[in-house]
Design a protein around this ligand. Sequence first.
Ligand SMILES: Nc1ncnc2c1ncn2[C@@H]1O[C@H](COP(=O)(O)OP(=O)(O)OP(=O)(O)O)[C@@H](O)[C@H]1O
Length: 251
Amino acid sequence: MSDDVILETEGLQLAYGAFMAVDGVSLRIRRGTIHAVIGPNGAGKTSTFHCLTGERRPTGGRVLFEGREVTRKPANARVGLGMARSFQLTSLFQNLSVRENLRVAAQGRDGARALTFWRPAESRREHLAVADEILERLALTARADTAAGDLSHGQQRVLEVGMALAARPRLLLLDEPTSGMGVDDIPVMTRLIGELGREYTVMLIEHNMSIVMSISDTITVMHQGKVLVEGPPEVVRADARVRSAYLGEAA
Ligand SMILES: Nc1ncnc2c1ncn2[C@@H]1O[C@H](COP(=O)(O)OP(=O)(O)OP(=O)(O)O)[C@@H](O)[C@H]1O
């Protein structure tokens, strides 16, 4: 695999019983790009995503991160290697401040080492420094001492992304980052993902087509468990097969 490719899947498969939700998907995500996976309902996007994060074990094929096979590695081991996914809303500590949420996430990155570390005060300072850096990145510094549960829904979604950044990943995996967001919050998240794309490699699943078209370098369109089309936004937008896959869904 060339250095240019940070994540690769080869013939990825995920079967639920006899049903193939992911049916031989080969992806190549280039370093330093924003790569979106889209497709009509039931196309297999979430199933693919879960095979990348380690939440599901593929029933066939391989997943390679920076050339290293991670197909059977559990989710936490993948985070340790540098691939982090955004947290789910339910994983935020609602009663803890925004800064504390990020500090705990930064501490989690150190894993068991954080618990046995012989310089607890120093490591706590390091984790707080990471938290403060991310707060700035997210434009949430003014809300640092607010309980996470008191943030607006949109800000909570932004914090979820921040929790993944606390793991200091090289690849950021985002599962529908704008789902459930109000129209006012969507531009904030879109801008954030666009900016993160300059520092990290971002792979996302996203339903909102205007976001996908505006920020992605590469788009993979899935349909019925397979890759239907892949390319830059203008190519995908113009492809008749993509239109008919979505129209089929509408029908
Ligand atoms: N745990 C499961 N058991 C059986 N079938 C499942 C399971 N999870 C998903 N499926 C099926 O696998 C197919 C792909 O689902 P998946 O959630 O990956 O699609 P998706 O592209 O993410 O869809 P959506 O856009 O609706 O979220 C669907 O037909 C779905 O019903």
